[in-house]
Ligand binder design. Sequence first.
Ligand code: NI
Length: 174
Amino acid sequence: MIRPIVLHPDARLKKKSVEVEGITDALIELAEDMMETMYHAPGIGLAAPQIGVLQRVIVMDCAKKEDEEPDPIVMVNPLIKASSEEKNVYEEGCLSIPEHFAEVTRPELVQVEWIDLNGKEHSEEFNGLKSTCVQHEIDHLNGKLFIDYLGPIKRQMITRKMQKFKREKLRGSE
Ligand code: NI
C-alpha cells in the first residue's frame, strides 16, 4: 500500500525513532509499504518517519533504473559502526522536501550493521551513492534532514518555500 509521505516542516521528521524489538507481520507489512511508496514517488531511499512511523526502519534501492538490476534493501535498526576520514560531496534531495536539492559533504565510506526481515544480522561497507543514501536515511531515524547540513539562510529559505508549498497543497485539496 502506498502511504502518504510526511512533508517538511513536520514535528515527526525531527524526532528520534525507536528501536524495533522483533520481526513481526506488522513490521514486514510496514517495510513492503515503504518500498512501494519509495518506488512510486519515485525515490532511492525512504525512512519510516517519512510515512509517520517512528521506528528504526529504512528502505533503499540505489540501482540506476536503465542499466542495473533492482537492488532493494530493507534495514532494521541500522547503525553506522565506522566512517572514513575521506569525504564525498553529493547533491542530495529528499522525498519529504520535494524539488529542493543541495550539495552535502559526508564520509565517503561507512560500515553499517543492520538486521533484515528474517532477523539475520548484516555488516557491510558502502561507498559512492549507496554510502550517501544510507547515511541520509539513518539521519532520518535521528530526526535529522539533509538541510540541517546547510547554512541557516539556505535552510530557512527552503523551509519557507516548503511551508508555502504545503499551504497551497492543502488549499488545492479542499
Ligand atoms: Ni530524505
